[in-house]
Design a protein around this ligand. Structure first.
Ligand code: HEM
Length: 208
């Protein structure tokens, strides 16, 4: 298992497909944060999830930190700006994200809303997130940077899919089969597209 030098910066300034996708991802979170996350933190969790509202608040707070630190760490790794802070923001992402995902897994398994179809869809997402992020962390500690980058991008794409999962919640009160199907599609679809893009990038610019 050989460690690699950091790959050269492959970010080209200006409008590239990667930069457009990155900023679209950042912008797409804003309405969901405003319409869903802030109300949940401002007391909404107590109404919709009376018996497990503290878990929802912990999940939403750590989810917020995961999103923010993930986008910043990705941007630092990609542009190498403020790169001396990349490790700290990356550790924040992993620490907050592990809490966010384990709470999500707990909620999916304990199924407080008696909706096993949703529990299966969100629980699987949480488990896949934990695998992708652990792989990214491990590859970083082994200094296998290309693999680290690819796993962390998979992880961040999975984090970002919360946007669609929260939108699916608006359908049929989140309890029917349709929202569960939506959650499956909304996280496996972006992951499959990201995988295709990552494989294409890795073939076009193999690691040194
Ligand atoms: C791996 C990623 C994620 C998974 C698997 C996940 C899973 C879940 C699950 C299972 C619930 C429902 C709990 C219940 O109704 O009892 C939930 C609720 C929630 N999640 Fe996530 N989540 C993820 C990422 C995020 C992120 C990044 C945020 C951003 C802040 C977030 C914010 C929320 C909020 C605010 C709720 C409560 C929504 C409401 O009731 O209005 N989640 N999540």
């Amino acid at each position: 298992m050989t460690s690699q030098a950091w790959p050269p910066i492959d970010h080209r300034p200006g409008f590239t497909m990667a930069s457009v996708l990155f900023w679209l991802a950042v912008l797409s979170t804003l309405p969901v944060l405003w319409l869903n996350v802030m109300p949940a933190l401002g007391g909404g969790a107590r109404q919709g999830h009376a018996d497990h509202s503290l878990w929802i608040v912990l999940h939403a707070l750590t989810g917020l930190l995961t999103l923010a630190s993930g986008f910043v760490a990705l941007w630092m790794g990609w542009t190498r700006r403020g790169f001396e802070w990349h490790r700290h923001t990356g550790c924040t992402y992993v620490g907050a994200g592990m809490t966010m995902a384990f709470v999500a897994l707990f909620l999916a398994i304990s199924d407080p809303h008696r909706s096993p179809a949703n529990g299966l869809a969100t629980g699987t997402l949480a488990a896949v997130w934990l695998v992708a992020t652990s792989m990214g962390w491990r590859r970083g500690s082994q200094k296998r940077w290309r693999s680290h980058q690819m796993w962390m991008i998979r992880s961040m794409v999975l984090t970002w899919t919360f946007v669609f999962c929260r939108l699916a919640q608006q359908l049929e009160g989140f309890d029917g089969l349709l929202p569960a199907l939506g959650i499956w599609l909304f996280w496996t679809g972006p992951l499959a597209l990201a995988e295709a893009g990552l494989q294409w990038w890795n073939r076009r610019q193999p690691a040194a």
